[in-house]
Design a protein around this ligand. Structure first.
Ligand code: ARG
Length: 468
């Protein structure tokens, strides 16, 4: 690639005498981040060249030459690193592409912007880019979903305490616990599908704001660019950024899920819980304390959530109060989205590696699911099933727990004689109720933690994964 010329190519300027200050040029330059749209910009320009040929602005030879030039440029840029764009003097990616094309095909490049505005062009490029970004985010999500199912299938009978208020509540299967995260990420996958549909609307032909002055076949343009719809109103089309906002919302919700997962696993892998050991691959040490093995991978996932939520608020605030139609404020739409997409894909594959490399401590989990009277609900339900009104049963078992806690007794230390002191309805069939396995088997409803229900849920998860 030739060195870019020192004087920047400009798509405007005739109306000015002195021109903008160097300060404004630096202030308004977007090439340093919107270079990411280069491939989309070339794709859109190629479709536009064909439309210009149909509108007889370009003859066949000119169109062919322009298309060849654009293809060669695309080829060259496909391996270009970000640093490649930095020295270029053009203000944005749209100007940059035309300037580089002009170096290849000469003044013919000046014809390509006939009837086109950067307002529609940037809307088109951003949509094209986002559609790809959604697909690659979905593929990172699919990986994590697969790893979660694999991890759940690997340990079908491991138990751990389920928590409410971060206090031990009832025992659940490890696989059931993992599938809870599977459900959150499945919803994220669907949300991204909706984002894709919102981005899948073609704005080209809207001109600067009022619609193109050339009679383009917009549905044909949409087909060429693989859009399923065309925008219905030119004023809206050049200033609508709902699709970007929706992506940031979907990314934020997905990050909230990742953050909850990170928090859980930081706790579960701590010395205090000891439920699992994180792989060395996802852990770091301390520069001072030789014994430390820190969960930085998970802390960073949790930490990045704030910045992505910030991006959602940032774009929503940019859009608030913008008069119709395009305003330069809209240039601020891209960085939050680029950043959120990059952070999300990275965090999703980091989370997948955390799950893949973790080692469980099933005995510690089971002990935690036994100690602390997690069977109390089952004991109360045992009495209720024998006719004791539930509130009375609740009180009876509450007293049993209070006395046992005060005496330092766990369920496994209780004899039938001990239990009978609290209610004559306790008989020998209630002894298995004291074990955590009983509490799990009993929750045999769709969506419950009973092993057969979890097996069913895993089968369904596998089938769904195959369908996406
Ligand atoms: N860099 C601009 C953006 O991102 C491109 C559109 C410029 N349009 C204009 N009327 N100045 O929005």
């Amino acid at each position: 690639m030739k060195k870019p010329p020192q004087t920047p190519y400009k798509l405007w300027g005739g109306r000015f005498e002195k021109g903008a200050s160097a300060q404004l040029e630096a202030f308004s330059r977007s090439l340093d981040f919107d270079y990411r749209l280069a491939a989309a910009d070339i794709q859109g320009t190629k479709a536009y060249v064909r439309a210009l040929q149909s509108a007889r602005i370009l003859n066949r030879k000119e169109a062919a030459l322009a298309l060849r030039g654009l293809d060669a440029l695309a080829q060259e840029l496909s391996s270009a690193k970000p640093e490649f764009f930095h020295p270029a003097a053009e203000e944005d990616v749209h100007t940059f592409i035309l300037a580089r094309l002009r170096e290849r095909i000469g003044e013919l490049a000046d014809k390509l912007h006939t009837g086109r505005s950067r307002n529609e062009q940037v809307a088109l490029d951003f949509r094209l880019w986002l559609k790809e970004a959604v697909r690659s985010t979905q593929s990172a999500l699919r990986q994590l979903l697969t790893v979660l199912v694999e991890a759940a299938e690997k340990h079908p009978s491991v138990l751990l305490p389920g928590y409410t208020h971060l206090r031990r509540a009832q025992p659940v299967l490890w696989s059931h616990y993992l599938l809870a995260y599977f459900e959150m990420f499945r919803r994220d996958y669907h949300r991204l599908e909706i984002c894709f549909a919102s981005a899948d609307v073609m704005p080209l032909g809207s001109g600067a704001l009022a619609g193109s002055g050339l009679a383009f076949d917009r549905p044909k343009l949409a087909k060429e660019l693989a859009f399923s719809q065309i925008s219905r109103n030119s004023l809206d089309a050049v200033s609508d950024r709902d699709f970007a906002l929706e992506f940031l919302f979907a990314a934020s919700v997905c990050f909230l899920h990742l953050s909850r997962f990170a928090e859980d696993w930081i706790l579960h892998s701590s010395e205090e819980f000891g439920f699992l050991e994180l792989g060395e691959e996802v852990s770091t040490g301390s520069s001072l304390m030789p014994q430390k093995k820190n969960p930085d991978s998970l802390e960073l996932i949790r930490g990045k959530t704030g910045r992505v939520l910030g991006s959602l608020v940032s774009l929503a605030t940019t859009l608030k109060g913008l008069p119709l139609a395009y305003n330069r404020d809209l240039q601020e739409d891209k960085e939050p989205v680029f950043d959120a997409a990059a952070q999300l894909s990275a965090a999703l594959s980091m989370a997948a590696q955390v799950v893949r490399t973790a080692a469980l401590h099933p005995e510690t989990m089971k002990k935690a699911a036994t100690d602390g009277w997690l069977c109390a609900t089952d004991l109360a339900e045992f009495l209720a099933e024998r006719g004791v009104p539930f509130h009375q049963a609740h009180r009876i078992v509450g007293k049993l727990v209070l006395d046992s806690v005060q005496a330092g007794k766990q369920p496994q230390d209780c004899s039938l004689k001990d239990l009978k002191r609290y209610s004559p309805y306790f008989d020998k069939t209630c002894m298995p109720v004291l074990s955590p396995e009983f509490g799990v088997v009993r929750r045999d409803v769709p969506g419950g933690t009973a092993p057969s229900r979890v097996r069913e849920a895993l089968r369904e998860a596998r089938t769904w994964l195959k369908s996406i």
